[in-house]
Write a protein that binds this ligand. Sequence first.
Ligand code: FPP
Ligand code: MG
Length: 300
Amino acid sequence: MDSLEKIDEIMLNHIKSFKYEPVKLMYKEISSGKKLRSKLILKIAGDTQEAIELCAIVELIHAASLLHDDVIDGSDTRRGKPSINYSYGAKNAVMLGDVLYSKGYYELSKFDNFIAKTISDAVSKLSIGELMDVRLGESFNEDIKMYESMIYNKTAVLIEASAKCAAFLAGFDVDKFGIYGRNLGIAFQIVDDLLDITQDSKTLGKPALSDFKDGKTTLPYIYLYKALDKEGKSILKSYFKKELNDNEIFWINSKFEEYKIMEKCAKEVEVIADKALKSIEEYENKDLIKIMQNMIDRKF
Ligand code: FPP
Ligand code: MG
């Protein structure tokens, strides 16, 4: 059994420990994700039992956050499968999330105080990030700083905490690995936002260009807004949170092309990736370079 399978097994055993069939049943319908955070922990700390157990905790917390996020976003699908809120309703999805993350906390209490503090602080920030996301979604946002702060909290914080804790387990410099994790997380979210525009709905497992319709003014839209003239700005704003027809989608895509917005965002991702890799270069860890590269090159 490889380490990623061991993580799945530990998570399942945590769930089974409650001896309550409905929880097990619903849990089994969550499709397992890419385990980015676990891969990161294992590549930093090595495949030790302690690291594997930490991975299971982080994955439980991450899964809980997605269960809640799907309720908040009203998403019917997750990773191409029906979401738990779609199949069982919001009440069950919220409570299953509560079971997962409180079990994660219980297991976390067995770890060193540095790890328990770092992960639990990250989860508070994760929740703040989700709140920021919901608030930003109320109106068109042209403030890059607010977008950056939101994606740092919503996405990068748990990745940063994972990298720090793994470095702690390995006896490495936690701050340097924190910078790597933080920038990996930020780059991850920007790539995610780009894919929502560039990929077709079948690859994404959700409709393309759905972010803008869902009230998310992601980086490409902020850059586009800044590049457009007065008339263009007001057209773009009028498309915010709207079900777009083919002509409107064509307009947005042609403007993205005209102002080379995707290229601008891709360059931004490269700068962020460089920052991440510079901070840990003395460790000469090829796997961490590869994790960053794979994340940038991913198609969904
Ligand atoms: C996905 O964002 C959401 C997150 C990465 C974080 C959600 C965090 C919470 C709901 C806080 C609560 C935390 C716990 C542990 C219960 P998205 O909607 O932009 O991405 P998506 O396309 O994957 O849905
Ligand atoms: Mg969501």
